[in-house]
Write a protein that binds this ligand. Sequence first.
Ligand code: TRP
Length: 471
Amino acid sequence: MEKSQGKRESWGSRIGFIMAAAGSAVGLGNIWRFPYLTGTNGGGAFILIYLVFVLGVGLSIMTAEFAVGRRANLAAAGAFKKFNPRFTFAGVLGVLSAFFIMGFYPVVGGWALAYVFKSVTGLLSNSAAIGDYFGTFITSSIEPLVWMLIYLLANILIVARGVQGGIEKASKVMMPSLYVLFIIIAIRSITLPGAGAGLEFIFKPDFSQVTGSTFLAALGQAFFSLSLGMGCMLTYGSYLSKEENLQKNALIVTLMDTSVALIAAIAIFPALFAFGMEPAVGPGLVFVVVPSIFAQMGGIGVILSVIFFIALTLAALTSSVSLLEVVVAYLIDERKMERKKSVNLAGGIMVITGILSSLSMGALSGVKILGVGFFDFFDILTDKIFLAIGGMLIAIFVGWFMKKEDLKDELTNGGTIKFGLFELWYNVTKYIIPIAIGVVAVAGIMSIEQTALMIFGIALIVVLAIFSKKL
Ligand code: TRP
Protein backbone atom coordinates (compact mmCIF):
# COMPACT_ATOMS: atom_id res chain seq x y z
CA MET A 1 0.00 0.00 0.00
CA GLU A 2 1.06 3.56 -0.71
CA LYS A 3 1.62 5.73 2.29
CA SER A 4 -0.65 8.52 1.11
CA GLN A 5 -3.32 10.31 3.07
CA GLY A 6 -6.73 9.16 1.96
CA LYS A 7 -7.34 6.91 -1.01
CA ARG A 8 -6.03 7.96 -4.37
CA GLU A 9 -8.56 8.09 -7.18
CA SER A 10 -8.49 5.59 -10.04
CA TRP A 11 -10.28 4.73 -13.26
CA GLY A 12 -13.41 2.61 -12.96
CA SER A 13 -12.76 0.33 -15.91
CA ARG A 14 -10.30 -0.43 -18.65
CA ILE A 15 -12.53 0.97 -21.37
CA GLY A 16 -13.09 4.06 -19.26
CA PHE A 17 -9.37 4.69 -19.09
CA ILE A 18 -8.89 4.17 -22.82
CA MET A 19 -11.75 6.55 -23.59
CA ALA A 20 -10.35 9.15 -21.21
CA ALA A 21 -6.79 8.88 -22.54
CA ALA A 22 -7.98 8.85 -26.15
CA GLY A 23 -10.32 11.69 -25.21
CA SER A 24 -7.33 13.65 -24.00
CA ALA A 25 -5.39 12.94 -27.17
CA VAL A 26 -8.17 13.54 -29.67
CA GLY A 27 -9.01 17.21 -29.69
CA LEU A 28 -8.50 20.51 -31.45
CA GLY A 29 -5.05 19.17 -32.28
CA ASN A 30 -6.53 16.56 -34.60
CA ILE A 31 -9.41 18.48 -36.11
CA TRP A 32 -8.38 22.13 -36.01
CA ARG A 33 -4.58 22.06 -36.11
CA PHE A 34 -3.71 18.87 -38.05
CA PRO A 35 -5.73 19.75 -41.17
CA TYR A 36 -4.46 23.32 -41.31
CA LEU A 37 -0.85 22.23 -40.82
CA THR A 38 -1.34 19.63 -43.55
CA GLY A 39 -2.74 22.37 -45.76
CA THR A 40 0.08 24.83 -45.15
CA ASN A 41 2.87 22.21 -45.26
CA GLY A 42 2.05 20.74 -48.62
CA GLY A 43 -0.19 17.75 -47.86
CA GLY A 44 0.93 14.14 -48.11
CA ALA A 45 4.62 14.64 -47.33
CA PHE A 46 3.77 16.37 -44.05
CA ILE A 47 1.37 13.57 -43.15
CA LEU A 48 4.02 10.96 -43.84
CA ILE A 49 6.64 12.71 -41.65
CA TYR A 50 4.00 13.17 -38.98
CA LEU A 51 3.19 9.44 -39.00
CA VAL A 52 6.89 8.57 -38.68
CA PHE A 53 7.17 10.81 -35.58
CA VAL A 54 3.96 9.41 -34.08
CA LEU A 55 5.13 5.80 -34.37
CA GLY A 56 8.87 6.41 -33.90
CA VAL A 57 8.74 8.91 -31.04
CA GLY A 58 5.20 9.43 -29.75
CA LEU A 59 4.30 5.82 -29.08
CA SER A 60 7.50 5.24 -27.06
CA ILE A 61 7.05 8.43 -25.05
CA MET A 62 3.45 7.54 -24.28
CA THR A 63 4.55 4.12 -23.06
CA ALA A 64 7.19 5.84 -20.93
CA GLU A 65 4.70 8.32 -19.44
CA PHE A 66 2.23 5.56 -18.55
CA ALA A 67 5.02 3.52 -16.94
CA VAL A 68 6.45 6.37 -14.85
CA GLY A 69 3.00 7.56 -13.76
CA ARG A 70 1.76 4.17 -12.65
CA ARG A 71 5.05 3.24 -11.02
CA ALA A 72 5.03 6.43 -8.94
CA ASN A 73 1.29 6.45 -8.35
CA LEU A 74 1.64 10.23 -8.37
CA ALA A 75 1.03 13.02 -10.88
CA ALA A 76 3.89 14.56 -12.86
CA ALA A 77 5.86 16.68 -10.38
CA GLY A 78 5.53 14.18 -7.55
CA ALA A 79 6.46 11.28 -9.80
CA PHE A 80 9.72 12.87 -10.90
CA LYS A 81 10.50 13.98 -7.37
CA LYS A 82 9.96 10.48 -6.01
CA PHE A 83 12.57 8.98 -8.33
CA ASN A 84 15.00 11.88 -8.59
CA PRO A 85 14.49 15.39 -7.15
CA ARG A 86 16.79 16.86 -9.78
CA PHE A 87 13.96 16.17 -12.23
CA THR A 88 11.13 17.71 -10.23
CA PHE A 89 11.36 20.71 -12.53
CA ALA A 90 10.27 18.58 -15.50
CA GLY A 91 6.96 17.98 -13.74
CA VAL A 92 6.61 21.60 -12.74
CA LEU A 93 7.34 22.59 -16.33
CA GLY A 94 4.46 20.33 -17.29
CA VAL A 95 2.09 22.06 -14.89
CA LEU A 96 3.17 25.38 -16.36
CA SER A 97 2.60 24.01 -19.88
CA ALA A 98 -0.90 22.96 -18.86
CA PHE A 99 -1.64 26.51 -17.73
CA PHE A 100 -0.22 27.93 -20.95
CA ILE A 101 -2.11 25.55 -23.26
CA MET A 102 -5.25 26.34 -21.25
CA GLY A 103 -4.45 29.98 -21.92
CA PHE A 104 -5.55 29.62 -25.55
CA TYR A 105 -7.34 26.26 -25.88
CA PRO A 106 -10.65 27.40 -24.33
CA VAL A 107 -10.75 30.34 -26.73
CA VAL A 108 -10.80 27.99 -29.72
CA GLY A 109 -13.12 25.64 -27.81
CA GLY A 110 -15.47 28.58 -27.36
CA TRP A 111 -15.40 29.32 -31.11
CA ALA A 112 -16.31 25.69 -31.82
CA LEU A 113 -19.21 25.87 -29.37
CA ALA A 114 -20.38 29.16 -30.88
CA TYR A 115 -20.35 27.65 -34.39
CA VAL A 116 -22.76 24.90 -33.32
CA PHE A 117 -25.35 27.63 -32.83
CA LYS A 118 -24.20 29.84 -35.67
CA SER A 119 -24.65 26.93 -38.09
CA VAL A 120 -28.41 27.19 -37.60
CA THR A 121 -28.66 30.96 -37.27
CA GLY A 122 -27.64 32.07 -40.72
CA LEU A 123 -23.87 31.51 -40.87
CA LEU A 124 -24.29 29.28 -43.92
CA SER A 125 -26.79 31.43 -45.79
CA ASN A 126 -24.17 33.62 -47.45
CA SER A 127 -21.14 31.51 -48.30
CA ALA A 128 -19.14 34.45 -49.66
CA ALA A 129 -19.28 36.20 -46.28
CA ILE A 130 -18.13 33.28 -44.10
CA GLY A 131 -14.48 34.40 -44.01
CA ASP A 132 -15.34 37.95 -42.99
CA TYR A 133 -17.82 36.61 -40.51
CA PHE A 134 -15.14 34.59 -38.73
CA GLY A 135 -12.79 37.59 -38.61
CA THR A 136 -15.47 39.85 -37.18
CA PHE A 137 -16.54 37.25 -34.66
CA ILE A 138 -13.14 36.43 -33.17
CA THR A 139 -12.04 40.08 -33.00
CA SER A 140 -15.13 41.30 -31.21
CA SER A 141 -14.84 41.78 -27.45
CA ILE A 142 -17.88 40.35 -25.73
CA GLU A 143 -19.31 37.48 -27.79
CA PRO A 144 -16.28 35.16 -27.99
CA LEU A 145 -15.60 35.87 -24.32
CA VAL A 146 -19.02 34.60 -23.35
CA TRP A 147 -18.57 31.37 -25.36
CA MET A 148 -15.09 30.88 -23.92
CA LEU A 149 -16.43 31.25 -20.38
CA ILE A 150 -19.25 28.77 -20.98
CA TYR A 151 -16.72 26.34 -22.41
CA LEU A 152 -14.37 26.78 -19.45
CA LEU A 153 -17.22 26.34 -17.00
CA ALA A 154 -18.04 22.96 -18.57
CA ASN A 155 -14.41 21.93 -17.94
CA ILE A 156 -14.57 23.05 -14.34
CA LEU A 157 -17.80 21.16 -13.70
CA ILE A 158 -16.47 17.92 -15.20
CA VAL A 159 -13.10 17.98 -13.41
CA ALA A 160 -14.70 18.92 -10.09
CA ARG A 161 -16.60 15.64 -10.20
CA GLY A 162 -13.35 13.72 -10.18
CA VAL A 163 -11.61 11.10 -12.24
CA GLN A 164 -14.26 8.39 -12.34
CA GLY A 165 -17.46 10.37 -11.93
CA GLY A 166 -16.50 13.25 -14.20
CA ILE A 167 -13.71 12.71 -16.70
CA GLU A 168 -14.30 9.01 -17.32
CA LYS A 169 -18.09 9.26 -17.60
CA ALA A 170 -17.97 12.23 -19.96
CA SER A 171 -15.33 10.64 -22.20
CA LYS A 172 -17.17 7.34 -22.48
CA VAL A 173 -20.10 9.11 -24.14
CA MET A 174 -18.26 11.78 -26.06
CA MET A 175 -15.52 9.72 -27.73
CA PRO A 176 -17.68 7.16 -29.53
CA SER A 177 -20.12 9.90 -30.63
CA LEU A 178 -17.25 11.82 -32.11
CA TYR A 179 -16.08 8.83 -34.14
CA VAL A 180 -19.51 8.22 -35.61
CA LEU A 181 -20.10 11.89 -36.46
CA PHE A 182 -16.78 12.20 -38.25
CA ILE A 183 -17.17 9.06 -40.27
CA ILE A 184 -20.53 10.33 -41.54
CA ILE A 185 -18.95 13.58 -42.68
CA ALA A 186 -15.94 11.82 -44.25
CA ILE A 187 -18.23 9.57 -46.28
CA ARG A 188 -20.18 12.58 -47.54
CA SER A 189 -16.92 14.30 -48.46
CA ILE A 190 -15.33 11.49 -50.48
CA THR A 191 -18.52 10.84 -52.41
CA LEU A 192 -18.61 14.38 -53.82
CA PRO A 193 -17.76 14.71 -57.52
CA GLY A 194 -14.13 15.87 -57.80
CA ALA A 195 -13.12 14.54 -54.39
CA GLY A 196 -10.22 12.58 -55.91
CA ALA A 197 -7.89 15.60 -56.04
CA GLY A 198 -8.24 15.98 -52.28
CA LEU A 199 -7.39 12.35 -51.63
CA GLU A 200 -4.38 12.74 -53.86
CA PHE A 201 -3.31 15.86 -51.93
CA ILE A 202 -3.26 13.99 -48.62
CA PHE A 203 -2.08 10.56 -49.74
CA LYS A 204 0.41 11.27 -52.54
CA PRO A 205 3.47 12.84 -50.89
CA ASP A 206 5.24 15.63 -52.74
CA PHE A 207 8.61 16.11 -51.03
CA SER A 208 9.54 19.22 -52.96
CA GLN A 209 7.74 21.29 -50.31
CA VAL A 210 9.54 19.79 -47.30
CA THR A 211 11.93 22.01 -45.32
CA GLY A 212 13.50 21.90 -41.85
CA SER A 213 10.56 23.66 -40.32
CA THR A 214 8.22 20.98 -41.71
CA PHE A 215 9.97 18.56 -39.36
CA LEU A 216 9.55 20.74 -36.26
CA ALA A 217 5.92 21.36 -37.17
CA ALA A 218 5.35 17.61 -37.51
CA LEU A 219 7.18 16.80 -34.26
CA GLY A 220 5.42 19.52 -32.27
CA GLN A 221 2.12 18.37 -33.72
CA ALA A 222 2.82 14.75 -32.76
CA PHE A 223 3.39 15.79 -29.12
CA PHE A 224 0.46 18.16 -29.05
CA SER A 225 -1.93 15.70 -30.62
CA LEU A 226 -0.92 12.74 -28.44
CA SER A 227 -1.01 14.90 -25.26
CA LEU A 228 2.66 14.19 -24.57
CA GLY A 229 5.61 16.06 -23.16
CA MET A 230 4.03 17.63 -20.12
CA GLY A 231 2.99 14.84 -17.82
CA CYS A 232 -0.61 14.57 -18.95
CA MET A 233 -0.50 10.89 -19.95
CA LEU A 234 1.78 10.36 -16.96
CA THR A 235 -0.97 11.69 -14.69
CA TYR A 236 -3.63 9.56 -16.41
CA GLY A 237 -1.32 6.54 -16.04
CA SER A 238 -1.05 7.20 -12.32
CA TYR A 239 -4.78 6.46 -11.94
CA LEU A 240 -4.43 3.12 -13.73
CA SER A 241 -4.70 -0.24 -12.03
CA LYS A 242 -1.71 -2.55 -11.75
CA GLU A 243 -3.43 -5.20 -13.88
CA GLU A 244 -3.58 -3.12 -17.05
CA ASN A 245 -1.29 -3.73 -19.98
CA LEU A 246 0.49 -0.39 -20.47
CA GLN A 247 2.15 -1.11 -23.81
CA LYS A 248 -1.09 -2.26 -25.36
CA ASN A 249 -3.03 0.73 -24.05
CA ALA A 250 -0.39 3.11 -25.40
CA LEU A 251 -0.71 1.50 -28.81
CA ILE A 252 -4.52 1.66 -28.79
CA VAL A 253 -4.58 5.33 -27.76
CA THR A 254 -1.95 6.25 -30.36
CA LEU A 255 -3.86 4.48 -33.12
CA MET A 256 -7.16 6.07 -32.10
CA ASP A 257 -5.65 9.54 -32.07
CA THR A 258 -3.98 9.04 -35.43
CA SER A 259 -7.08 7.61 -37.03
CA VAL A 260 -9.17 10.61 -35.98
CA ALA A 261 -6.57 13.00 -37.45
CA LEU A 262 -6.63 11.07 -40.72
CA ILE A 263 -10.43 10.90 -40.75
CA ALA A 264 -10.53 14.68 -40.19
CA ALA A 265 -8.22 15.16 -43.16
CA ILE A 266 -10.38 12.81 -45.25
CA ALA A 267 -13.47 14.75 -44.19
CA ILE A 268 -11.98 18.12 -45.11
CA PHE A 269 -9.65 17.91 -48.13
CA PRO A 270 -11.75 15.97 -50.66
CA ALA A 271 -14.64 18.39 -50.14
CA LEU A 272 -12.27 21.34 -50.21
CA PHE A 273 -10.87 20.31 -53.60
CA ALA A 274 -14.29 19.31 -54.90
CA PHE A 275 -15.41 22.90 -54.32
CA GLY A 276 -12.23 24.35 -55.77
CA MET A 277 -10.91 25.99 -52.62
CA GLU A 278 -7.37 26.71 -51.36
CA PRO A 279 -5.74 24.23 -48.92
CA ALA A 280 -3.15 26.60 -47.40
CA VAL A 281 -5.37 29.05 -45.54
CA GLY A 282 -3.96 28.48 -42.03
CA PRO A 283 -5.76 28.43 -38.66
CA GLY A 284 -9.07 29.58 -40.14
CA LEU A 285 -9.38 26.33 -42.13
CA VAL A 286 -11.92 24.62 -39.90
CA PHE A 287 -13.93 27.77 -39.18
CA VAL A 288 -13.93 29.23 -42.66
CA VAL A 289 -13.45 26.47 -45.20
CA VAL A 290 -15.57 23.84 -43.50
CA PRO A 291 -18.68 26.04 -43.16
CA SER A 292 -18.14 27.23 -46.75
CA ILE A 293 -18.14 23.63 -47.88
CA PHE A 294 -21.34 22.95 -45.96
CA ALA A 295 -22.97 26.14 -47.25
CA GLN A 296 -22.68 24.82 -50.80
CA MET A 297 -24.52 21.62 -49.92
CA GLY A 298 -27.91 23.13 -49.16
CA GLY A 299 -30.15 21.78 -46.39
CA ILE A 300 -28.05 18.76 -45.53
CA GLY A 301 -25.10 21.13 -45.14
CA VAL A 302 -26.71 22.83 -42.17
CA ILE A 303 -27.23 19.50 -40.43
CA LEU A 304 -23.69 18.35 -41.19
CA SER A 305 -22.31 21.65 -39.95
CA VAL A 306 -24.12 21.32 -36.63
CA ILE A 307 -22.84 17.75 -36.32
CA PHE A 308 -19.32 18.81 -37.21
CA PHE A 309 -19.09 21.56 -34.61
CA ILE A 310 -20.71 19.46 -31.90
CA ALA A 311 -18.05 16.83 -32.61
CA LEU A 312 -15.32 19.46 -32.51
CA THR A 313 -16.58 20.85 -29.20
CA LEU A 314 -16.81 17.40 -27.62
CA ALA A 315 -13.34 16.47 -28.80
CA ALA A 316 -11.95 19.72 -27.43
CA LEU A 317 -13.71 19.26 -24.10
CA THR A 318 -12.31 15.79 -23.36
CA SER A 319 -8.85 17.21 -24.10
CA SER A 320 -9.02 20.37 -22.06
CA VAL A 321 -10.33 18.50 -19.02
CA SER A 322 -7.08 16.51 -19.13
CA LEU A 323 -5.08 19.73 -19.10
CA LEU A 324 -7.04 21.07 -16.16
CA GLU A 325 -6.60 17.70 -14.45
CA VAL A 326 -2.79 17.98 -14.71
CA VAL A 327 -2.89 21.18 -12.65
CA VAL A 328 -5.51 19.86 -10.25
CA ALA A 329 -3.62 16.60 -9.68
CA TYR A 330 -0.49 18.62 -8.89
CA LEU A 331 -2.37 20.71 -6.32
CA ILE A 332 -3.91 17.59 -4.78
CA ASP A 333 -0.72 15.49 -4.69
CA GLU A 334 1.91 18.13 -3.96
CA ARG A 335 0.05 20.95 -2.25
CA LYS A 336 -2.38 18.67 -0.38
CA MET A 337 -5.38 20.67 -1.52
CA GLU A 338 -8.88 19.33 -1.90
CA ARG A 339 -10.17 18.56 -5.40
CA LYS A 340 -12.94 21.20 -5.40
CA LYS A 341 -10.62 23.91 -4.13
CA SER A 342 -7.91 22.98 -6.63
CA VAL A 343 -10.37 23.10 -9.53
CA ASN A 344 -11.62 26.51 -8.47
CA LEU A 345 -8.14 27.93 -8.06
CA ALA A 346 -6.82 26.56 -11.38
CA GLY A 347 -10.06 27.37 -13.20
CA GLY A 348 -10.01 30.91 -11.83
CA ILE A 349 -6.54 31.56 -13.23
CA MET A 350 -7.59 30.05 -16.57
CA VAL A 351 -10.55 32.43 -16.73
CA ILE A 352 -8.11 35.33 -16.60
CA THR A 353 -5.64 33.95 -19.17
CA GLY A 354 -8.55 32.95 -21.41
CA ILE A 355 -9.97 36.48 -21.30
CA LEU A 356 -6.57 37.95 -22.19
CA SER A 357 -6.13 35.50 -25.09
CA SER A 358 -9.59 36.08 -26.45
CA LEU A 359 -9.21 39.86 -26.30
CA SER A 360 -5.78 39.64 -27.95
CA MET A 361 -7.63 38.88 -31.19
CA GLY A 362 -9.25 42.31 -31.12
CA ALA A 363 -9.39 44.90 -28.34
CA LEU A 364 -5.98 43.97 -26.93
CA SER A 365 -4.29 43.24 -30.26
CA GLY A 366 -1.86 46.09 -29.59
CA VAL A 367 -0.61 44.55 -26.33
CA LYS A 368 2.53 42.50 -26.95
CA ILE A 369 4.62 40.44 -24.59
CA LEU A 370 8.01 39.64 -26.08
CA GLY A 371 6.72 40.59 -29.49
CA VAL A 372 3.51 38.59 -29.63
CA GLY A 373 -0.07 38.84 -28.37
CA PHE A 374 -1.36 36.75 -25.48
CA PHE A 375 -2.89 34.00 -27.64
CA ASP A 376 0.33 33.48 -29.61
CA PHE A 377 2.45 33.78 -26.49
CA PHE A 378 0.74 30.76 -24.92
CA ASP A 379 0.51 28.83 -28.19
CA ILE A 380 4.07 29.28 -29.50
CA LEU A 381 5.77 28.75 -26.13
CA THR A 382 4.09 25.39 -25.58
CA ASP A 383 3.86 23.98 -29.09
CA LYS A 384 7.29 25.07 -30.28
CA ILE A 385 9.37 24.83 -27.09
CA PHE A 386 7.92 23.30 -23.94
CA LEU A 387 6.35 20.09 -25.29
CA ALA A 388 9.35 18.98 -27.33
CA ILE A 389 11.77 19.76 -24.50
CA GLY A 390 9.40 18.09 -22.04
CA GLY A 391 9.30 14.98 -24.21
CA MET A 392 13.07 14.94 -24.36
CA LEU A 393 13.28 15.25 -20.57
CA ILE A 394 10.95 12.28 -20.13
CA ALA A 395 13.03 10.17 -22.51
CA ILE A 396 16.28 11.14 -20.77
CA PHE A 397 14.75 10.53 -17.36
CA VAL A 398 13.46 7.10 -18.27
CA GLY A 399 16.58 6.07 -20.18
CA TRP A 400 19.25 7.38 -17.85
CA PHE A 401 17.78 7.93 -14.40
CA MET A 402 15.40 5.05 -13.83
CA LYS A 403 16.38 1.46 -13.25
CA LYS A 404 15.93 -0.70 -16.31
CA GLU A 405 14.61 -3.60 -14.20
CA ASP A 406 11.99 -1.33 -12.65
CA LEU A 407 10.77 -0.27 -16.07
CA LYS A 408 10.65 -3.85 -17.25
CA ASP A 409 8.79 -4.85 -14.10
CA GLU A 410 6.24 -2.07 -14.62
CA LEU A 411 5.71 -2.72 -18.33
CA THR A 412 5.30 -6.47 -17.86
CA ASN A 413 3.18 -6.20 -14.70
CA GLY A 414 5.85 -7.91 -12.63
CA GLY A 415 6.68 -10.42 -15.32
CA THR A 416 3.13 -11.68 -15.77
CA ILE A 417 2.67 -10.34 -19.31
CA LYS A 418 5.02 -10.26 -22.27
CA PHE A 419 6.65 -7.17 -23.78
CA GLY A 420 8.63 -8.64 -26.65
CA LEU A 421 9.82 -5.26 -27.86
CA PHE A 422 11.08 -4.10 -24.46
CA GLU A 423 14.75 -3.86 -25.52
CA LEU A 424 13.82 -1.97 -28.67
CA TRP A 425 11.56 0.42 -26.75
CA TYR A 426 14.22 0.96 -24.08
CA ASN A 427 17.06 1.69 -26.48
CA VAL A 428 14.98 3.89 -28.75
CA THR A 429 13.84 5.89 -25.73
CA LYS A 430 17.31 6.07 -24.21
CA TYR A 431 19.42 6.91 -27.25
CA ILE A 432 17.48 7.72 -30.37
CA ILE A 433 14.63 9.90 -29.11
CA PRO A 434 16.73 12.43 -27.12
CA ILE A 435 19.04 12.90 -30.09
CA ALA A 436 16.21 13.09 -32.63
CA ILE A 437 14.27 15.63 -30.58
CA GLY A 438 17.47 17.54 -29.92
CA VAL A 439 18.27 17.87 -33.61
CA VAL A 440 14.75 18.80 -34.68
CA ALA A 441 14.22 21.16 -31.74
CA VAL A 442 17.51 23.04 -32.11
CA ALA A 443 16.99 23.52 -35.84
CA GLY A 444 13.36 24.46 -35.36
CA ILE A 445 13.74 26.72 -32.34
CA MET A 446 16.50 28.62 -34.14
CA SER A 447 14.09 29.28 -36.96
CA ILE A 448 11.42 30.80 -34.73
CA GLU A 449 11.10 34.42 -35.72
CA GLN A 450 10.22 35.55 -32.20
CA THR A 451 13.74 35.46 -30.78
CA ALA A 452 12.88 37.20 -27.50
CA LEU A 453 10.12 34.70 -26.85
CA MET A 454 12.44 31.81 -27.56
CA ILE A 455 15.12 33.09 -25.17
CA PHE A 456 12.47 33.62 -22.51
CA GLY A 457 11.18 30.05 -22.92
CA ILE A 458 14.61 28.47 -22.71
CA ALA A 459 15.64 30.71 -19.78
CA LEU A 460 12.52 29.69 -17.89
CA ILE A 461 13.36 26.01 -18.31
CA VAL A 462 16.95 26.59 -17.18
CA VAL A 463 15.87 28.52 -14.08
CA LEU A 464 13.38 25.77 -13.17
CA ALA A 465 16.10 23.16 -13.65
CA ILE A 466 18.53 25.02 -11.37
CA PHE A 467 15.97 25.30 -8.57
CA SER A 468 14.59 21.80 -9.21
CA LYS A 469 15.36 20.47 -5.74
CA LYS A 470 13.50 23.36 -4.11
CA LEU A 471 10.29 22.82 -6.12
N1 TRP B 1 -4.03 16.43 -27.43
C1 TRP B 1 -5.02 17.45 -27.35
C2 TRP B 1 -5.45 17.86 -28.72
O1 TRP B 1 -5.03 17.25 -29.68
C3 TRP B 1 -4.56 18.64 -26.54
C4 TRP B 1 -3.95 18.25 -25.25
C5 TRP B 1 -4.59 17.71 -24.18
C6 TRP B 1 -2.60 18.28 -24.94
N2 TRP B 1 -3.71 17.42 -23.21
C7 TRP B 1 -2.47 17.76 -23.65
C8 TRP B 1 -1.48 18.70 -25.64
C9 TRP B 1 -1.21 17.63 -23.06
C10 TRP B 1 -0.23 18.58 -25.04
C11 TRP B 1 -0.09 18.03 -23.78
O2 TRP B 1 -6.18 18.77 -28.90
